[in-house]
Design a protein around this ligand. Structure first.
Ligand SMILES: [Zn+2]
Length: 121
């Protein structure tokens, strides 16, 4: 997929992950296919529609626009990659999770703290 076609979530991941982890996420997301209950098309991968699934389990149903019948459907998301252990190295997401927690939690807290510090001084 071309750079400009990345979804917001994919761009965010690219900014905050190593190239190895981002490549692994893209590779794995492309092995998660969505099956439309209406037209049975089963060729769309999660990455193609802007999603990311990495080290995930189960077969969730997500409300996704089917590219063939062009309607929002409860698409069954399922793994088509076989044995995940055969995919080779799968970089850990722990540094990314820590980074996201820091960004979404600690930075706003720090800003609030700084504002209170100057207001209450
Ligand atoms: Zn469909």
């Amino acid at each position: 997929m071309a750079e400009g076609n990345l979804s917001g979530m994919q761009r965010m991941l690219r900014r905050h992950t190593s190239p190895e982890l981002f490549a692994a996420m893209q590779r794995e997301s492309r092995l998660w296919k969505t099956e439309c209950p209406h037209c049975q098309t089963d060729t769309t991968d999660i990455w193609e529609i802007g999603g990311v699934r990495y080290k995930a389990l189960g077969e969730p149903r997500n409300r996704i626009r089917c590219p063939r019948c062009n309607q929002n459907r409860w698409m069954r998301v399922h793994w088509t990659g076989g044995d995940p252990n055969a995919l080779g190295p799968r970089p850990s997401v722990t540094p990314l999770v820590i980074k996201i927690v820091l960004i979404t939690l600690l930075i706003p807290l720090a800003i609030v703290g700084a504002v209170l510090f100057f207001v209450l001084r």
